[in-house]
Design a binder for this molecule. Structure first.
Ligand SMILES: [Zn+2]
Ligand SMILES: [Zn+2]
Length: 371
C-alpha cells in the first residue's frame, strides 16, 4: 500500500510502498477513506516531540473495516469507523475509573519480538529476514497517512453510515480534543464564561464545544483576523486580536475579573501562562496545545490562594466509543460544525504542501481523501 513516511526530522514525507500485516486476534484492518493533517503531525516532523523513525505519520482518520481478528467483538467487516489514537485496554485502573484516554497499557500495541504492523517487504534481507531497515514505526497507534491501517479494536469505533468520511475523520482528533476539553476535562456549565487562545482546528472545536455546553460568554483570542471571523461563526461571542491588545487585560475587562474556564490551544509557554492569568478566582485553565519538550511554565504563586487551577487536557479526556458516535449525531443534527473546518481536500501525494500551509497558520485544515 501507499503511505507517507517520515524518515528524517525536518525533511518532507516520502510516498513509499509499505507492507501491512494481517490482523492479530484483537486487531482490525481498515481501508482509510480520509485523514486530516493535524498540527501534532507537524510537531513530530519538526522534532519538537521525538518518535522512532522511519514512521508512517497521520492520526486523524476514518475508514471502512476490511478484516477483523478472531477475538474482535466491537466492530465487523464493512463497518464505517472513526479511529482514535488513545487506544485503551479496558481493564486497568484509569480505564475502569472512566479515564480511558490516559491508558498506557502496552497490550494495544504489538510486543517487541512480534512482527511489526508495518514494514518494507522490498527491503527484506536475501534470506527474507527482517533487518532494522525494513521496520516502519506505527505512529500513535494508527499511522493514517496510508491506504490501510492495522489497529487494536480499541482504537476505533463504528459510526452511522450516512456520515461523510472526510468530516468523520476530524472527529478522530481535533474535534474530540476541543469539544472534550470543554465537556469532560473542564466540565463547563451553562452560563459560565470561557476564553479560547488559538483559533486553529482544535481552538474552533473548543469554541463550538463551549457553545454546545451552553457557555454564556465565549471569548476567542488569535492574531489572525480571518480566524477570529471564523471563530464567531463557531459560537464566539467576543473576539480579541492578540496582536493589537493584551489578551489577559482584555479578558479581565470583558468579564469583570476573568473567566471560569480558559483553554490554550496553541502549545506555547507565553499563552499557557496567559491562560492561567486570565482566570477569575476559582477558575480553571486547560492546556490543550503541545508545549515543546523541555519548556517550563511559570506561574505567580499567590494566585493559588484564589483557588485558580491549571491542568492538562489530552485528547479531550475522551471515552471515544461513546463520545464519537454522539459527535457524529451532533454534526448530522446541525449542532457541530465540521464543514467549515476543512479548508482543502487533497491527495496523499500533496501531504507536504498541507504541512507548509499549517506552518503559515492561515487556514483551518487540509484533509487527505483516498480515491
Ligand atoms: Zn491531532
Ligand atoms: Zn487501560
Amino acid at each position: 500500500m501507499k503511505a507517507a513516511v517520515l524518515r528524517e526530522v525536518g525533511k518532507p514525507l516520502t510516498i513509499e510502498e509499505v507492507s501491512i500485516g494481517k490482523p492479530g486476534p484483537r486487531e482490525v484492518l481498515i481501508r482509510t477513506k480520509a485523514a486530516g493533517v493535524c498540527h501534532s503531525d507537524l510537531h513530530f516532523v519538526e522534532g519538537s516531540y521525538p518518535h522512532p523513525l522511519p514512521a508512517v505519520l497521520g492520526h486523524e482518520s476514518a475508514g471502512v473495516v476490511e478484516a477483523v481478528g478472531s477475538e474482535v467483538r466491537t466492530v465487523k467487516v464493512g463497518d464505517h469507523v472513526i479511529t482514535c489514537l488513545s487506544a485503551y485496554c479496558g481493564h486497568c485502573e484509569v480505564c475502569l475509573t472512566g479515564h480511558m484516554s490516559l491508558c498506557v497499557s502496552p497490550e494495544t500495541k504489538r510486543a517487541k519480538g512480534e512482527e511489526p504492523r508495518l514494514f518494507r517487504e522490498d527491503l527484506l534481507g536475501s534470506n527474507g529476514e527482517r533487518t532494522s531497515d525494513t521496520k516502519m514505526a506505527q505512529f500513535l497507534n494508527l499511522s493514517s497517512f496510508a491506504e490501510q491501517m492495522l489497529v487494536h479494536e480499541h482504537a476505533c469505533v463504528a459510526i452511522r453510515r450516512d456520515m461523510p468520511f472526510d468530516r468523520a475523520a476530524l472527529i478522530g482528533c481535533s474535534v474530540m480534543t476541543g469539544v472534550g476539553a470543554v465537556i469532560h476535562t473542564s466540565g463547563v456549565r451553562p452560563g459560565e464564561t470561557v476564553a479560547v487562545i488559538g483559533c486553529g482546528g482544535v481552538g474552533l472545536a473548543t469554541i463550538n464545544g463551549a457553545a454546545m455546553a451552553g457557555a454564556g460568554r465565549i471569548i476567542a483570542i488569535d492574531r489572525i483576523p480571518s480566524k477570529l471571523a471564523l471563530a464567531r461563526s463557531f459560537g464566539a461571542t467576543d473576539v480579541i486580536d492578540a496582536g493589537a491588545d493584551d489578551p489577559v487585560k482584555a479578558v479581565q475587562d470583558l468579564t469583570g475579573g476573568g473567566v471560569h474556564h480558559s483553554f490554550e490551544a496553541i502549545g506555547l509557554k507565553v499563552t499557557a501562562e496567559q491562560a492561567f492569568r486570565m482566570l477569575r478566582r476559582g477558575g480553571t485553565a486547560n492546556i490543550i496545545g503541545m508545549i515543546p519538550v523541555g519548556t517550563m511554565i511559570e506561574l505567580h504563586g499567590p494566585d493559588f490562594l484564589g483557588e485558580k487551577k491549571i491542568q492538562g487536557s489530552f485528547m479531550g479526556s475522551n471515552r471515544f466509543p461513546v463520545d464519537m458516535p454522539r459527535l457524529v449525531d451532533a454534526y448530522m443534527g446541525g449542532k457541530l460544525k465540521l464543514d467549515e473546518l476543512i479548508s482543502r481536500r487533497i491527495r496523499l501525494e500533496d501531504v507536504n504542501s498541507a504541512f507548509d500551509e499549517l506552518k503559515r497558520g492561515e487556514l483551518a485544515r487540509s484533509v487527505i481523501v483516498f480515491e
